[in-house]
Design a protein around this ligand. Sequence first.
Ligand code: SF4
Length: 378
Amino acid sequence: MSRPINKTNNKTNCQICQQPAVMELQHGLLCKNHFIAYFEDKVFKTINKYKLIRRNDRLCVAASGGKDSLTVLFLAKKYCENYSLPASLFALVIDEGIERYRAKTIMGLKKFCRDHKIPLKRASFKKEFKKTLDEAYPLINKDSKKKPCNICGTWRRYLLNKYSKKYGATKIITGHNLDDEAQAIVMNLFKANTKLAGRLGPISGIKEHELFAQRVKPLYFCPEKEVKLYSVLKGFEINFVECPYSREGYRYQIQEMLNDFEAKFKGTKQGIINSFLALLPKLEADDLNDLEQIKQCSRCGEAANQEICNACKLTAVIKNKDVVNKGVVNKGVVNKGVVNKGVVNKGVVNKGVVNKGVVNKGVVNKGVVFPSGKGNWN
Ligand code: SF4
């Protein structure tokens, strides 16, 4: 439980040094410097307790340029420096191709990486799957229940795993915070995805498998508002734009519900996390039993739980839709344009346009006079 200080709070000074407070935590008020120290200490303790970073790790930080990824990128680097670890670190950004959104956050991320001397690698939906998310979603939207976040999540997980391995990473660091994790737990619970739930937790992913890099979450115990305040107090230049698709997803509904509950019943999100962590060993044991089920996708060679991985299946569906749609459009152009504009009478009929069905759709029957002997094209 924590809340930023505002004018309506009665007490306004830090309980440690009496400077103006910026955050009220369950155990008292903290000023800027003591809040930063408290926050960093919490993140470093999480890394130590769950052994999220080891001495010789090569760390891939999944970065988007948002507050969570910049915070975790900064603190992962600081942790390695503080403990003089030889671990190396790079940021990996995945460009989904979301107009008026991703380009802005990538710009901020590039500057951040430049300023902090962190190598930045890049992958994109367009390059890998030949479609941006903006192009793919309308193709699949009409007759499937898939939301943009379903497509985005499938392709992004795939690229994160593929490119982290390509650049030699032993771990993937993500910026998931306590709010994200509470949402994911409830989503899996509501959808009865107990197997997926076993892959949540501060360190997730299937352990010791050549096809996966483990995912770790140093911000696991940090509520979103603490991450936001930390990033602001540290002066990170963050573009707080919201993904235009975010409100279409299932997660958004869960997020709203949990925020509502948290406002009424303080500590709800922390309670979800605590309950989940108590159950996690059992869920992980079940998940590890599935380790032998992991296959290699027969198309791309990446990890799959069936013969073809989800990313390849999705790509194939979108490609097929694209081909079908292009065919329909072409037929439409012929029927609606060329014939109706009178090309028939100019002799194109004989070149076969009529045979594609225009005559059958009523031109003949409506009394258009054709040369003798050509009225039976039906
Ligand atoms: Fe992708 Fe959905 Fe996140 Fe937007 S909100 S970046 S579509 S997962």
